[in-house]
Design a protein around this ligand. Structure first.
Ligand code: SF4
Length: 390
């Protein structure tokens, strides 16, 4: 049985590298044009080439989103752009426009994945797409478990499903709230996340929001593998490198444990705890087992609590002396956890702490400063330090 793919977002090259070394099998990115996350840094053609070179050396794949709603004016420039991206080494396009699906499949030997923006929600549509030579479908997020199983059992189509991250209030992002409120077109990359705002209506005492809880399928990964899903997609091209490292390594451990037949309740409980800690929102399995309802919503709004758990990343090593790029406050004798690209989580106490001139200090309180710590352990570069989760 082919192992399920863990697919990560990456808003820039740094995130792509972190995703690849923290357990993703494939990464999806946006170019400077035609991508639904216009606020992410996104990749130039040179960066797409560097991203593909880096990922391919590690045996990983890179997909490019081309999933805005295309109007007449968008089409002219897209032909040259597609050619440049193919030459840069991309493995697949994530496309929503049916003309572009046909154009890419007719002119290039590269995979085409149909974006969730198309809201594919039934077996007959997937059968039709199979005949039209789409390589993969990302169904609407509103498609439940039994419907997914029926589609998988009755087609040869690869099915990619979101497993973690933010959800849209409206069907697969088909929403114009952002256009009305901020003149930013969510279907062309400009969503201002208006559904998360608090609204007041004259005769209502409490303000309300339309925000939904985040998706978190960690408890159901085994079932999702068993019904035959091809790819597990994490949402969030704007998320931080730390968030990606924690989320991807956690899902990597769960997926590997399912295939190795070592998934225990204890292991799962630990990973669920880690995943709920890194995200500052409540979560739910949304439409997988039932229609979403009040329990999946934040009707009375929610407090965003800023996450200060990420303490730093190891960027260099000389013997046991590690150079750390600091991100948040910590001090000598604090208990910390070190997470490594090998999927280890190591508890440790900070016994010594130096600044970049090797002067002993007690407190690390300047974000983005360079610190040194002697740690008698063999730690790979890009290991991250965080507050204890376990
Ligand atoms: S405003 Fe909310 S529901 Fe609408 S596209 Fe943006 S995130 Fe999705």
């Amino acid at each position: 049985m082919k192992k399920v793919e863990l697919l990560s977002p990456a808003g820039d090259l740094e995130r792509l590298k972190i995703a690849c070394i923290y357990g993703a099998d494939a990464v999806y990115i946006g170019g400077k044009n035609y991508s639904l996350r216009a606020n992410a840094n996104n990749f130039s053609i040179e960066e797409i080439k560097e991203a593909c070179d880096f990922a391919h050396k590690l045996g990983k794949r890179v997909y490019l989103t081309l999933n805005i709603v295309f109007h007449n004016e968008d089409i002219d420039g897209v032909y040259d752009y597609i050619k440049e991206v193919v030459e840069a080494g991309i493995d697949a396009f994530i496309v929503s426009d049916l003309f572009l699906v046909k154009y890419i499949k007719s002119n290039f030997s590269v995979e085409v994945h149909l974006s969730t923006q198309d809201s594919v929600s039934n077996l007959e549509t997937v059968k039709f797409l199979e005949n039209e030579l789409v390589d993969r479908v990302v169904p609407a997020r509103e498609v439940g478990r039994d419907e997914l199983k029926e589609i998988i059992d009755n087609t040869n189509m690869d099915i990619e499903v979101f497993i973690h991250g933010a959800m849209c209030t409206f069907v697969s992002g088909r929403c114009v709230l952002s256009n009305y409120f901020t003149n930013r077109d969510s279907n062309r990359g400009g969503c201002a996340q208006i559904c998360r705002f608090c609204f007041s209506i004259n005769d209502m005492e409490e303000p309300f929001s339309m925000a939904v809880k985040d998706l978190n399928m960690s408890k159901y990964i085994k079932d999702m593998i068993e019904i035959g899903i091809t790819s597990f997609k994490v949402e969030g091209r704007m998320r931080s490198p730390f968030y990606l490292a924690v989320v991807l390594s956690s899902y990597r451990r769960i997926i590997d444990a399912v295939y190795n037949d070592t998934l225990t309740d204890d292991l799962l409980e630990k990973e669920v705890k880690i995943l709920s800690k890194v995200s500052n929102r409540e979560n739910s399995s949304h439409f997988y087992f039932k229609e979403a309802d009040l329990s999946d919503q934040y009707y009375v709004g929610r407090q965003e609590v800023s996450n200060q758990d990420y303490l730093g990343i190891i960027i260099n090593r000389e013997g046991n002396l590690y150079t750390i790029n600091q991100r948040n406050y910590f001090k000598k004798f604090d208990e910390i956890e070190i997470i490594t690209p090998n999927m280890d989580i190591i508890s440790y106490r900070v016994d010594n702490l130096y600044n970049d001139k090797m002067e002993s200090i007690d407190v690390a309180n300047q974000a983005d400063s360079i610190l040194k710590i002697e740690i008698p352990l063999d730690l790979p570069l890009y290991s991250m330090i965080r507050k204890p989760y376990l």
